[in-house]
Write a protein that binds this ligand. Sequence first.
Ligand SMILES: *Cc1c(COP(=O)(O)O)cnc(C)c1O
Length: 436
Amino acid sequence: MARDFRYATGAAVVPWPAVGEPYQGEDVLEMVRFLLGPGADQAAYEQALRQMQAAIGKLARVASPASKLTTGRQVQLLEREVAKLLKAKYALFTSSWTMGAEIAYAFAGVGPGTEVIAPAITFFATIEYPLLMGAKVVLADVDPRTLNMDPADVARKITRRTRAIVPVHLGGHPADMDPIMALAKKYDAMVIEDAAHAFGASYKGRMMGTIGHFGAFSFHEVKNITSLGEGGVLVTDLPYGKDLAKARFIGFDGSRRIKDWLYDVVALKGKGGYFPGRMCPATEIQAVGLRVQLKRLRQIIAARRRAARYLTTRFRGVPGLIPQQLDTREIKSTYHLYLLQVDPKELGGDIQDLKQELGKRGVVQIPHFAPLYKFRALRDLGYDTKAMERSCPVAEEAFRHRFTHLPIYGLSAQQLDYLAAAVIESAEAVRRRKRR
Ligand SMILES: *Cc1c(COP(=O)(O)O)cnc(C)c1O
């Protein structure tokens, strides 16, 4: 006999498995059709699709459809697998990095009158919550070698009002965590790692995301692996971790059977006092997608690492080029992005010149990460972006003259060879142009 899927009731004579209508076999077919996309040989594609439609129809008749589409067994299994892989105590699957980070920021007590330190160069989502809450965002300058947060500049900018420091592992390359953790300890601030690019990277033997008080990952479709388009994971070792499932579902743990749910909605107790739970679960289907991709993670990182090693080997010794740093014993990257820098003095031109030459050779540059003070939103919100820029001279110089990112995954050996040759030729062309 069917049971209600949420309440701790007995067997039901009149079952209420879910409030919504069950989905149908044709929904599944439509999803497969969407995921696979149309075929080049349209006739063969249509025929295969008809066969699949018949098969799914048959399966739908003999199967019993999943009674739970969100935050059920698959999400639990995923969270367990992620926690194990990272050696983290608690892992929470959320609708995005941004929503997972909101929970961490809320725990840290980020709100009006408080400050958050983020690196100058990152994706704007890193600072969404502090901006939303009217906390003051302070941008730390970056390390010129990695473009990650420079701990020395954090030391200059941290105050007693700093509630959170948010190192970003840009391109999957670990930020220098030890001095950041030491500063956080001294000032009683929390460290929330933006590990959106760094799922599977490590620093001194510890997985990224597990060194700070919280670590947030993104599985948006542009990252190394994806939970079918959107999704994130928040991890922590703090005792707060017990409450994460509640923080995801307006204050109660929707992943369990509920006795008295009308009365079980609680506020969460963070470092800065109570805060309400949010509403940011992700679906079972997304969890299934990510669990499959998790199995491929090692191969994906290995392929990217090989590509990066190849490019770095080719670029070494080319005057003016500063290739991506490779793994060391202590630092292991996911190679989400390949960081290429130039030394304008040696090159006789800067990254803008190089990109122009690359464009001529069909290596088109997608717009790369820019310092956050360049975004109009900060000006609109009343920030003195000129002063921020002056306080981050390395980020400004790197953005204007030094860095770009190259694609490294999904390229054939031929494309990779072409890419390397195009960069080297472009560098030579810039040098020639400037000599004349
Ligand atoms: C993608 C990304 C995010 C946001 O991730 P979502 O899952 O889309 O919320 C945050 N920080 C960085 C550095 C990112 O690249």
